[in-house]
Design a protein around this ligand. Structure first.
Ligand code: ZN
Length: 112
């Protein structure tokens, strides 16, 4: 089974894990991984997680940024991250990479 096997649009069960540890038995909303009841809560949690990640990007080093970029692409492909979140995180990663590149150039120029 590939990641492509369950595209959005095919009726499937909600991905929300209930406090009991079982998965919610409702059908997911069209084009969404969650049912109507869990879409809101999940979206708020996802939003908070992405917000926290974005806040920490300016302090990240190259290795951490690379790992985050990889995670973002994997989540985007697995459709576990909304494309707009992935786009926003990627934009912040690129800004941070440009800043690191600028710092490296300054160091190289200073050492010449
Ligand atoms: Zn649900």
């Amino acid at each position: 089974m590939t990641l492509e096997a369950q595209p959005y649009g095919i009726a499937r069960e909600c991905a929300h894990i209930l406090p009991s540890g079982n998965r919610c038995a409702q059908f997911a909303r069209k084009h969404q991984p969650f049912c109507r009841a869990h879409a809101g809560v999940h979206r708020r949690q996802q939003n908070e997680e992405v917000w926290n990640v974005i806040q920490s990007i300016p302090e990240m080093d190259l290795v951490t940024l690379t790992a985050l970029l990889q995670d973002t692409i994997v989540n985007l492909r697995a459709k576990t991250m909304p494309p707009l979140h992935a786009e926003t995180v990627t934009a912040h990663i690129l800004t941070r990479l440009e800043s690191i590149e600028g710092t490296l150039e300054e160091v190289l120029i200073a050492s010449e």
